[in-house]
Design a protein around this ligand. Structure first.
Ligand SMILES: *Cc1c(COP(=O)(O)O)cnc(C)c1O
Length: 401
């Protein structure tokens, strides 16, 4: 044997903190106990139990995506695998794609389209702004793309594309398929796939849905599926080939071994969403995010995104001048056991407001951890005022709802 048993392996119990960290960053988010329990089960991926579960996952997904489509597929992989599944099945080499680029993730969709050798027109949206239909219309007119890609919420810089329905309508008028990345937004705010005319909606497990990372969903419209069926070329991606995935998701046949535990977890996450109902869930997310934002601003910090372009699912906060973001995150985690996220570009920290993150007790603990840590690191703010504003907003908004 040329490789010996490693001698330095520490059991997980010695690595993980005694008290679990409160995951309040941009994902993964905390999972409900039932989701965690489901994730510990392994069953036959082609048995009757699995087919019953798959039927329910599809049926609950239709509710969550607000679509009647019969083309919802799961994929073993991150949100990015679902993005790539939408892109490689709907974008043919040489075809024209318009990618609305608000930031990191919308840029990733463009990159994926470039990798299948499409002619990609990137439409950069100035940071701090939402994509406007007036800006998209002439581009559709000029380039006549087959596909348009866009994010509903850009997690990286906390920007919200509030004119998504209008942009989808424009694309429809130009007979252009629309791919929407809703990884952080699905089930946290309205997205009406059929009413808006979206042709592919993507979501991951670990954000809006509050499930585990590693199992994702993509919903294709009938029009998208017609195009997929009409393709005569062989896809370069075998795992992500929607026609092959259809074998498992609709014909009870083998494609690859499905991530059974993760699908069970997804089933539980979707069931909890159905039990809560989407309108109640949207209201909870809105209330919590707005109250958190009020707490942060009243404390004396500045939110990154201007109100009209601000995403509620992930809140971006300018890191005070005198504070280093990395140190702040480390301090919050070590001292208070609360994890939030840094960023890929601007000097901000980000707090998630997705799924299980949106509960009053998590908001208070996070606001306290953030405020106390900034104070400890030499910053200035009014933590009691922030906490009072959070409390007041939660109450006021409750009586309104
Ligand atoms: C997190 C995220 C992704 C990527 O998801 P992964 O699971 O990390 O691949 C894509 N789009 C958006 C908007 C996201 O927030």
């Amino acid at each position: 044997m040329i490789v010996k048993v490693p001698s330095d392996i520490v059991p997980l119990d010695n690595i993980l903190p005694d008290e679990p960290l409160l995951m309040m960053g941009a994902g993964p988010v905390p999972v409900p106990a039932r989701v965690a329990a489901a994730n510990s089960i392994v069953i036959n991926h082609l048995g009757d139990t699995m087919s019953q579960i798959i039927e329910q996952v599809k049926s609950m997904s239709r509710y969550v995506f607000q679509t009647q489509t019969q083309h919802i597929l799961g994929v073993a992989g991150p949100g990015s695998a679902a993005m790539e599944m939408a892109v490689v099945n709907l974008v043919s080499p040489g075809s024209t794609v318009v990618s609305i680029c608000n930031g990191f993730f919308s840029g990733r969709l463009a990159e994926m389209a470039e990798r299948v050798e499409a002619n990609v027109i990137r439409v950069p949206v100035e940071d701090g702004h939402t994509a406007h239909p007036e800006m998209v219309a002439p581009i559709l007119e000029k380039h006549k793309p087959k596909v348009l890609t866009i994010v509903q919420g850009e997690t990286s810089n906390t920007i919200y594309n509030r004119f998504l329905p209008e942009i989808c309508r424009l694309a429809q008028q130009h007979d252009c398929l629309v791919i929407v990345d809703a990884v952080c937004t699905l089930s946290t705010m309205p997205l009406d796939m059929d009413t808006w005319g979206v042709d592919a909606v993507i979501t991951g497990g670990q954000k809006g849905l509050s499930s585990i990372p590693g199992v994702s969903l993509v919903a294709f419209s009938d029009k998208a599926w017609e195009y997929i069926n009409s393709r005569t070329d062989t896809l370069r991606h075998w795992c992500l080939d929607a026609k092959l995935a259809d074998q498992f998701w609709y014909k009870k046949a083998y494609h690859y071994t499905a991530p059974v535990s993760g699908i069970l977890a997804m089933h539980e996450a979707l069931r909890l969403i159905c039990n809560e109902s989407m309108p109640v869930r949207f209201a909870r997310h809105l209330k919590c995010s707005e109250a958190l934002q009020a707490g942060i601003e009243t404390m004396g910090l500045v939110l990154y995104a201007p109100r009209e372009a601000r995403l509620n699912s992930v809140v971006g906060i300018n890191t005070p001048k005198e504070i280093c973001s990395t140190e702040l995150l480390k301090y919050m985690s070590n001292r208070y056991r609360v994890e939030i996220s840094g960023s890929f570009g601007p000097k901000i920290v980000r707090i998630g407001q997705m799924g299980e993150q949106c509960h009053a007790h998590n908001l208070f603990r996070t606001l306290h951890a953030l405020g106390s840590s900034i104070l400890a690191l030499g910053g200035k703010l009014d933590l009691p005022a922030g906490a009072a504003a959070l409390e007041r907003q939660l109450r006021e908004l409750s009586t309104e709802a």
